[in-house]
Structures are given as structure tokens and as C-alpha cells.
Design a protein around this ligand. Structure first.
Ligand code: GDP
Ligand code: IMO
Ligand code: MG
Length: 420
């Protein structure tokens, strides 16, 4: 049986904290897509940790954490992360497993990401520059190196061949930066990777499932960054939605049980691309300040706006969301009035559907106003103690998106979550 936790917006919904909260109920926590573009924040004994590739169940004893075949893995980042979690007493050789089919990000992928972004000028995606796009291009282009390849005696040859292909592209981009120090670090990190548990993940996971073990699949990014259904071309390069669990771990759709979608009580986006409810004013600035909305991976300020129920309803539909977890509700504590977007107005016509290419049309959000709760909710532990005005806000959201909000997160701490 596999349950899923994934983002319903443009990423950074608080997936890391939520996975960490639910991890004790599972045997295996498995990342199924994305790579070091992700930054999942959680608090361990009060100390902040940001995970990029290691699943957010790593701090729980006796849990198996898996990096699935759908992930693109940067060995350099992985080595650093392993060292950081080891400092908290975690033995990654005991509870971290990596699929041999996981694709590897090589230094020239990062260089290509940078060169490609530079070439786009104003139209750039705002990528995290971690090499994600080029690495997935080599996967679908059938060129990639995978974790299982690193033990091949001819791995260096395979690497040089791919690197040479990349060099031609880099020359076309007139990219001249010296990346030799990245390569040195990369080969050092590969030696470290060889010391970790590399497994045939699809047999492992299915075997565990048949023994009755429970798997929690952890998504990265968000549904609106999905390569197929997101705000293309301003998206990431993987399927971030629940369907990605099957291809990213090698499990059948029949195994998927609960799909838990995480959304903020408002909305943020980092990088370029359409964002219909964006607030480029003092209110947006206040959301950024109170919500501490700065990227966990790149430190960039996040764009902020009101919750978008059109996009959220779409995300619930394509993911088959069975329950919603609303994070950062406490960030709205200070607002006397809240807005929610119930429809888009495009060329004077109202719609509740996400258009084909959001970036090519001008969208005016149709907003509905709600009274704020205007009280400190951060210490609340039970649903009955939540303000009635928050109840109204949530009930309306439930009725619009077609899935029920089952948890409200009211602070970054492990214990700051209220089941409804
Ligand atoms: P992820 O990528 O989805 O895991 O989210 P990030 O870690 O990038 O960003 C979420 C941020 O919000 C982190 O700094 C979390 O510590 C923080 N956070 C998560 N849940 C809550 C919440 O309920 N309230 C507040 N105030 N912060 C939260
Ligand atoms: P988590 O898992 C927020 C955004 C980038 C950019 C676009 C493409 O922490 O929620 P990429 O590097 O993937 O080619 O960038 O996607 N992006 C994210 N935004 N949270 C993330 O991950 C993101 N990962 C990528 O800002 O707009
Ligand atoms: Mg993040």
C-alpha cells in the first residue's frame, strides 16, 4: 500500500514538514521525482534542516528511506546532505537506499542549465540551476548515466562520451566557464556514492508492499510545476503529480491509496511564469515577511499572493487528491481581510478552468473576500479551538476544490499541526 504526499501549488507548500510528521506511520519513505532543485525544510530537535534529495523521513529511526528511479541525483549534493544528516546521528548506510535506475546529474548538466537560462534572457524559466532540465533531457534522449552504471569498469568512458556531447552544446551557447573543480568534486562524490546502498528498487518496494509494509511517497516541487500539466514552459522537467509515483518508484497504480495534497493557506511561486493571484503590493510584501518566503534552495524571495482555487481544484483533479493539508495558516493570523480566487477572467469571460497556456493569456483573478481571524493560532492543538472565521474560510475552500482539508498546519514546528 502506497500513500502519497505532494504539493498542489508551485512548490514549497511545506511538504518536508508534513512528510516528517506522517513518517512514523510508515515503514518506507520514498522520493519519486525531482532532484536537488527541491528544498524541504524540517525541524529536528528544534534545529532547522533543509533536505534536497534525501527523503524527509530520514530522521526517524528504523525507517527505510528510498531515492527512486524517477529522481535525478547529484552525487555532490548527496554527499553533503549525507554528512549533514550524519551530524544528527543518522546512519545513512543503514536507512538510505538508492535505486540503481536513478539518473545522475553530471557537472555539464549544471553548466548546460546555466548556459540555457542565460541564452533565454528575459524569458528565462528561473531554474534553480541544479542541472534538472538537461539531466531529464538526457533521460528521455536515452543518453543518461545511471547510479547502477558507476560500478561498470568502463564508466569513465561513458562519462567522457556524454561530456563530449555536452561540450558541443556548451560551445554553441558560447559557455566558457571552467568547470574542472566541479568535476573533481563529482568524482570524489561518486566514490562516496559507491559506499551507499544501491538496490533494485522496484523489486525491493514491491516485495515490501507484498509483506504488508506501508510506503509513503514524497513528491518534490508542485502540481503547477508538472512538466505536462503545469504552467508550461515555466515548469520543472518531471511529473510531479501522483501518476509520477508509479513511474518514479516502479509501483502499480493499484497500490496507490491516499493522495495527500499540501497547499499553503495562500500561494507562492519562485522563479518566472504566470501567477494569477500574485500581489505586487504591500500585502504581498507582508505575506513574504510574515511567511518568511525565501527559497530553501536558492534563497530567492518568493512571489506571494492569495490562494488560487481554480489552480487548486485542477491540481486535486489530476492528482486524485483524497485529503488536503493546509499549511502556513498562521501566516494569515495578522490579516483582517482575506481574498480567495474563485475564477479567472480571461478577455472578459469568466472560467473555472486552467487555460491551455497560462503564460499566453492575461488572467484577472475573480476574488471573493473573507473576514480574517486576526488572532494568534500558533499554539492551538485542537480543531475545536480554531477560530470560526478560519472554519468559514476552510469550508468554502472544501466546497470549491472537491477535496476536504483534513489538517491545518499552524507553524513550522513538528507539533504545530491540527487534525480537523
Ligand atoms: P517544501 O519544499 O514543500 O518542503 O517547503 P519549504 O521547506 O521549501 O518551504 C516551507 C517553509 O514553510 C519552510 O520554511 C517551513 O519551515 C515553513 N513551514 C511549514 N509549515 C509551516 C506552517 O504551518 N507555518 C509556518 N509559519 N511555517 C511553515
Ligand atoms: P520544492 O520541492 C519551488 C521552480 C524553479 C523554476 C522552475 C524550474 O522545494 O517544492 P528547475 O530547477 O526545476 O529546472 O526549475 O521550477 N522550482 C521550484 N520552486 N520549490 C521547488 O521545490 C522547486 N523546484 C523547482 O524556481 O521556476
Ligand atoms: Mg521547498
Amino acid at each position: 500500500m502506497v500513500d502519497v504526499i505532494l504539493g498542489l501549488q508551485w512548490g514549497d507548500e511545506g511538504k518536508g514538514k508534513i512528510v516528517d510528521y506522517f513518517a512514523p506511520q510508515y515503514d518506507i519513505i520514498a522520493r519519486f521525482q525531482g532532484g536537488p532543485n527541491a528544498g524541504h525544510t524540517l525541524y529536528v530537535e528544534g534545529k532547522k534542516m533543509v533536505l534536497h534529495q534525501i527523503p524527509s523521513g530520514i530522521f526517524h529511526q528504523n525507517k527505510v528511506n528510498v531515492i527512486g528511479n524517477g529522481v535525478v541525483l547529484d552525487p555532490i549534493t548527496l554527499k553533503k546532505e549525507c554528512e549533514a544528516v550524519a551530524a544528527h546521528g543518522v546512519d545513512v548506510r543503514k536507512n538510505l537506499f538508492i535505486s540503481e535506475r536513478t539518473n545522475i546529474i553530471i557537472p555539464t548538466h549544471r553548466a548546460l542549465d546555466k548556459a540555457s537560462e542565460l541564452s533565454k534572457g528575459e524569458g528565462k524559466i528561473g531554474s534553480t540551476l541544479k542541472g534538472i532540465g538537461p539531466a531529464y533531457m538526457d533521460k528521455t534522449g536515452r543518453n543518461a548515466l545511471r547510479v547502477g552504471d558507476i560500478l561498470n569498469p568502463n564508466f569513465k568512458e561513458q562519462y567522457n562520451e556524454l561530456r563530449a556531447k555536452h561540450q558541443v552544446l556548451l560551445n554553441n551557447f558560447h559557455f566558457t566557464e571552467d568547470i574542472s573543480s566541479w568535476e573533481e568534486e563529482f568524482f570524489e562524490a561518486l566514490e562516496f556514492l559507491k559506499t551507499l546502498n544501491v538496490i533494485n528498487c522496484e523489486y525491493f518496494i514491491n516485495d515490501q508492499i507484498s509483506k504488508g509494509k506501508k510506503v509513503l511517497a514524497e513528491g518534490a516541487q508542485g502540481s503547477m510545476l508538472d512538466i505536462d500539466f503545469g504552467t508550461f514552459p515555466f515548469v520543472t522537467s518531471s511529473n510531479t503529480i501522483s501518476a509520477g509515483v508509479c513511474t518514479g518508484l516502479g509501483v502499480s497504480p493499484k497500490q496507490i491509496n491516499e493522495v495527500m495534497g499540501v497547499t499553503k493557506a495562500y500561494c507562492t511561486r519562485v522563479g518566472g511564469g504566470p501567477f494569477p493571484t500574485e500581489l505586487e503590493d504591500a500585502t504581498g510584501e507582508e505575506l513574504r515577511k510574515i511567511g518568511n518566503e525565501f527559497g530553501a534552495t536558492t534563497g530567492r524571495p518568493r512571489r506571494c499572493g492569495w490562494i488560487d482555487l481554480v489552480a487548486l481544484r485542477y491540481a486535486c483533479m489530476i492528482n486524485g487528491v483524497t485529503q488536503v493539508i493546509m499549511t502556513k495558516a498562521d501566516v494569515l493570523d495578522a490579516f483582517a481581510e482575506l481574498q480567495v480566487c474563485t475564477a479567472y477572467s480571461i478577455n472578459g469571460k469568466q472560467t473555472k478552468e486552467v487555460p491551455f497556456q497560462m503564460s499566453k493569456v492575461t488572467i484577472e483573478p475573480v476574488l471573493r473576500s473573507f473576514e480574517g481571524w486576526n488572532t494568534d493560532t500558533t499554539q492551538i492543538k485542537e480543531a475545536a479551538a480554531l477560530p470560526g472565521t478560519m472554519g468559514n474560510y476552510i469550508n468554502f475552500i472544501n466546497s470549491e476544490i472537491g477535496a476536504p482539508v483534513k489538517y491545518v498546519s499552524n507553524g513550522p514546528g513538528r507539533d504545530q499541526i491540527v487534525p480537523l
